[in-house]
Design a protein around this ligand. Structure first.
Ligand SMILES: O=C(O)CCC(=O)C(=O)O
Ligand SMILES: [Fe+2]
Length: 279
């Protein structure tokens, strides 16, 4: 088994069948995941059961409240864009689940049907984003907290790339679940629960404000942090192939699913693993 760091973010793990990881291989995979924030595998052949079994080795599975589920396996959420649909899921920089008090650890995404060209996913390292901030900004944000919400993204009153309208074909199964979610606050800089490294933990989709700042100061700081975190030097563009698997950590990375394959169908199976409160 070989672990190769990639440009920008993440690492590729080769020479391994993730259906049959030995205990030492599993430990090495988990360490690579903690160190790099996202890991990629190629040429895997996972059935739905294999996918579930791999995810379960990392923790309990989070059943998604908003996305459509696989018809036989409720643990698997469908990340689907049909031929005739124009918007996709995740088409902007974000990290999943920051609107929860205990945000999910991450997701294992398996490619099931890919367009001939396009449909890549970008991942950005929030370890690198934090480490490369100037010292004054790091000092300013080290003790701040930010508020996160899902209402404006998944709720019934939204109008954005996730919306369950005729175009998205009701991909978001349950907007009412988002309407009743309480907003939560997390530190702007977290100590990552697996690696112990510091990571920037705000994101353009779900973070609504810096706690205790005026609207103006809050937007100014968030815009500055986002502009820095979006630097392509901190990101890796992953090109999917049949058999590709990506496993990202929501606390150490952002991701962005490109929407450049209109007229073709793309189907991914996603399993999300529970996380913990962040400090
Ligand atoms: O389709 C993808 O590549 C990722 C979509 C996304 O944002 C997610 O599954 O959380
Ligand atoms: Fe996502």
């Amino acid at each position: 088994m070989q672990i190769t760091p990639l440009t920008g973010a993440g690492a590729e793990i080769t020479g391994v069948d993730i259906r049959a990881l030995t205990a030492p291989q599993f430990d090495a995979v988990r360490q690579a995941y903690a160190d790099h924030g996202v890991i990629f595998f190629r040429d895997q052949s996972l059935s739905e059961e294999d996918h579930i079994a791999f995810a379960r080795r990392f923790g309990p599975i989070n059943i998604n409240r908003f996305f459509l589920a696989h018809e036989r396996y409720p643990e698997i959420a469908l990340v689907l864009k049909e031929k005739e649909q124009k918007t996709n899921i995740g088409g902007g920089w974000h990290t999943d689940h920051s609107y929860d008090a205990e945000p999910a650890m991450g997701s294992v995404l398996v490619a099931r049907q890919l367009p001939d060209e396009g449909g890549d996913t970008w991942f950005a390292s929030m370890y690198t984003a934090y480490d490369t901030l100037d010292a004054d900004t790091r000092n300013e944000i080290d003790s701040l907290r930010a508020v996160h919400s899902a209402k404006h993204i998944f709720g019934s009153q939204t109008d954005n790339f996730y919306k369950a309208n005729e175009d998205t074909g009701g991909r978001i199964g349950n907007t009412a679940a988002a309407d009743v979610l309480e907003d939560v606050a997390h530190p702007v800089v977290i100590t990552h629960p697996l690696s112990g490294k510091k990571a920037l933990y705000v994101n353009p989709a779900f973070t609504t404000r810096i706690a205790g700042y005026s609207d103006e100061a809050s937007s100014a700081l968030l815009m500055r942090l986002y502009a820095h975190a979006m630097n392509p030097d901190h990101a890796h563009r992953f090109k999917w192939q049949p058999g590709s698997v990506a496993f990202w950590d929501n606390r150490a990375t952002w991701h962005w699913a490109m929407n450049d394959y209109h007229g073709e169908r793309r189907l991914m199976h996603r399993i999300t693993i529970e996380g913990c409160a962040l400090n």
